[in-house]
Structure formats: C-alpha cells, structure tokens
Design a protein around this ligand. Structure first.
Ligand SMILES: Cc1cc2nc3c(=O)[nH]c(=O)nc-3n(C[C@H](O)[C@H](O)[C@H](O)COP(=O)(O)O)c2cc1C
Ligand code: SF4
Length: 416
C-alpha cells in the first residue's frame, strides 16, 4: 500500500525542508492557490476525510461551519496535545515530517480564511516541539509562511503554544482557554468553536493527523484519496500499537484493514508465546474488545461501532492472557480521576469514587455490591457533564465489566 502520511519517516533528515521538498513536499500549494477556498472545502468534503483526533467528525463539513464575512478574524488551532494513553501517532508526524503538517496548515487556513494558526503541543513533547519550531522557521525563510506566500497574495502566521501537562487541555475548548492564558476548563457547547472560538472568534480545531492528511487530497484529488479505505471511512490512518505484541509501533494502514492482521501479521503476534485476551482499540476511553471480536472487527468507524467500540484516536493497546482486567480498569480510573478538571460533580466525584472502589477490590476488600455501585457511577457520569472526559471512564467501566464479568465478580467477593 502507498504510504501517504509516513512516506518520509524513514528518509534521512526527513524533518528538514530541503529533504521534504526533494520528496515532493509543498507541491500541493501550486494547486491549492489555483482553487477558490470553497473548492478546497468541497474537495476535502468529497474525499470524506474524518477527524483523526477521536470522534471522526467530517473535516470538510466542520470547515464549512465557519461563518462567511463575520468581520472577525478566523483561527485554525491544531491539536497536538496527544495525551490519551496508548496514543503516540502525532508526535511522529511532528518529529519526522513537520513540513507535511505545515503544508496541511497552509491548505486548511486558506480554505477557512484564517491568517493565524496556533499549534497546541503537549508540554512533555519538547523534542517534537523543537522539530516543529525549526521547520516553521525554515518555512518562513523560504517564503512558505508569512506575507504573500509564494506570491499567492495569501498571508499566514503560525505559532506554537506549549501545554503544561494537563490531559484535559486536549479537549478542544479547554485547549482554547489554555491558549487564552486561562485555566484549561472545557466550555459549555453550544456555541461551538466554529462560531465562538479562540478570543471569541470563529475557530477550527483539528488533530495533527487530520491536517497532515490534507496535502495528499489537494495534490492527488478525491478519487486517489478514496482509492483505499471504505466508502464511509476512506483513506489511510495511523495506528499506534502498544502492549503485549512482538513489534509495537506506528503503522499506517487503510481504514477497513482487519485488526487481526495488524496484530498477528504486522506486529508479529502476542509476545512470549502468550494468547490474546483483549484489545483497547482507539485510546484508553474506547470500549474494550475481546479475542472473539478481534477475529472479525475491521479498523474503520462503522465496523468498530458494530462491535460496540470506537476507532477513536487509533491508539491500539493489546493485552495478553496474563492481564488482570480489574487492575487494568483501576489503572484507567486513577488516570481519569487525576485528570478530571473538577467543574462537574458527576465527573469530579464519580471518577474518584470508581478509582477508590477498584483499588479497594484490588486490595482484597471488595464487597458484593461493588459491581452495582460501579455500574451506577458509570451511568450517572455518562452524558451528564460539560465534556466527555466522564464518558471516557463510563465506557471502559461498562465494557470491561460486561466482557470480563467473572474477574470482577471474583474481586467483589470478600473471600477472594
Ligand atoms: C478529555 C479529552 C481529551 C482530548 N484529547 C485530544 C488530543 O490530545 N488530541 C486531539 O486531537 N483531540 C483530542 N480530543 C478531541 C478534541 O476535543 C477534538 O475533538 C479534536 O481535536 C478535533 O479534531 P479532529 O476533528 O481533527 O479529530 C480530546 C477530547 C477530550 C474530551
Ligand atoms: S466532564 Fe470532567 S473534565 Fe470534563 S468539564 Fe466536567 S469535570 Fe471537567
């Protein structure tokens, strides 16, 4: 399969402008500036590009929500916070092909009429941030950023904003608050950022991989983009595989690719001759799949949904048959309790209660009513809060307890 996002990853010095250009970098700009902004939006819509940050929202459709002639500046914010456990794809783009991201930023800003873009980078990503900063400087020097890019008449400034280590700042409105210099608290929606976003102005927020997918669409067109993937989930996606496999790592595959092939062929199967027990398919919040699901599920939005899960960010965590599922869920609950911003009572209290109950069960002090209690906490968090961080723990609680009921029942027994 033709690599689109990762084609330069193995090229020496792929992060440098001259190497990127030698590999075809920035070639899409000649086509871009011949198109009208609405044509760019339509091309991305027709290509069917869906957001790669987790929810899979159609990128072109989101761009079309920017009001015309609002009289306010428009912003593009690129989400490079990448803090979801199990997800490590965007950092590779930042480190190994930052110019692909910049090329995508130019296209997206041109389409939505933005002349300023912020890239919000996870604070711990110091090295990726340095790589992107150096690439931005090279692009300015080459006339690819700044005033009158390549004599097109289009101006664009790109700034990096570093986070300070809060997972919640990956949530798009918390991210905007953070750029504005405030505490990273998610905002109530509506209004959505496309209408009232950064500094009260229309703003598009897209994931790094989403934006890095755009140059291929501009350069090669809709048909070429749709040549791989499925009708509803076209194109390729990065899948970052971690956990108990022989060859963990980042794999670019067409959407619709069998998860089984990814694990057993590309990643070399389960390490140490053990058996597959479960897979978290798309970052820590996505409902867990068991070994039976893995036989049939495909890596696309629709197949994942049909199997009761989500494609999410593409962070695939593989667990072998020695994994204690109560321990695994306890680990997640501690993470979400720690990262809750505390604005909503169901999330602030519920994530902490779930973590305490699971820790108590793990310490041998489980009670028969604990499973019912966990279930009711999950039910009372989901859909009742400002952002979906609370749902991100409800979904694992429901799915782990459903698929691995026996293990949870054993821990809820005082004689365990
Ligand atoms: C708690 C939380 C954390 C998130 N973290 C990220 C993140 O690190 N990176 C990301 O792209 N999206 C993250 N998202 C999703 C963003 O809110 C947003 O949907 C996404 O950046 C939109 O980009 P896309 O349409 O290109 O996928 C997070 C959402 C929530 C609720
Ligand atoms: S759901 Fe949790 S993280 Fe999200 S706004 Fe409410 S308290 Fe904060």
């Amino acid at each position: 399969m033709e690599q689109r996002l990762t084609k330069n990853f193995k090229v020496k010095d792929s992060h440098r402008l001259e190497v990127s250009r030698a590999q075809g970098g920035y070639q899409s700009l000649a086509k871009l500036f011949q198109m009208k902004p609405e044509e760019v939006i339509n091309q991305v819509k027709e290509a069917g590009l869906r957001g790669r940050g987790g929810a899979g929202f159609a990128a072109g459709l989101k761009w079309s929500f920017i009001p015309k002639n609002s009289g306010k500046p428009v912003y593009l914010t690129v989400n490079a916070d990448e803090s979801e456990p199990g997800t490590f794809k965007d950092r590779y783009i930042l480190e190994l092909d930052p110019h692909l991201l910049i090329e995508g930023i130019i296209a997206a800003c041109y389409a939505i009429g933005a002349h300023v873009s912020y890239v919000y980078i996870r604070g711990e990503f110091y090295f990726p941030m340095q790589r992107l900063q150096a690439a931005i400087e090279e692009a300015y020097q080459a006339g690819l950023l700044g005033k009158n890019i390549l004599n097109s008449g289009f101006d664009l400034e790109v700034y990096i904003h570093r986070g300070a280590g809060a997972y919640i700042c990956g949530e798009e409105t918390a991210l905007l608050e953070s750029i504005e210099g405030k505490r990273g608290h998610p905002r109530l929606k509506p209004p959505y950022p496309a209408i009232v976003g950064l500094f009260g102005c229309p703003t598009i927020i897209n994931n790094v991989e989403t934006i890095a997918s755009v140059p291929y669409i501009i350069q090669n067109g809709v048909q070429a983009y749709r040549a791989v993937g499925t009708q509803k989930s076209p194109g390729t996606k990065l899948f970052c595989v971690s956990g108990h496999v022989v060859r963990p790592g980042n794999y670019e595959r067409p959407l619709g690719y069998p998860l089984k092939n990814l694990i057993f062929e590309d990643c070399g199967g389960i390490r140490g001759g053990k058996k597959l027990k479960a897979v978290i398919p798309g970052g820590s919040s996505t409902p867990i799949l068991d070994a039976n699901d893995v036989e049939t599920v495909l890596l696309d939005y629709e197949s994942m949904e049909a199997h009761g899960s989500m494609l999410g960010s593409g962070g695939v965590i593989v667990l072998d048959d020695t994994t204690n599922m109560v321990d695994a869920l306890g680990n997640l609950a501690r993470f979400y309790a720690h990262e809750s911003c505390g604005q909503c009572s169901p999330c602030r209290e519920g994530t902490g209660w779930a973590a305490k109950i699971l820790d108590r069960m793990l310490s041998g002090e489980g009670r028969p009513k604990d499973l019912e209690l966990l279930r009711s906490i999950a039910d009372n968090m989901a859909g009742k809060t400002i952002c979906v961080l609370a749902d991100s723990l409800s979904m694992p609680i429901w799915s782990y307890m459903k698929k691995f009921r026996g293990e949870f029942e054993a821990y809820a027994n005082p004689n365990h």
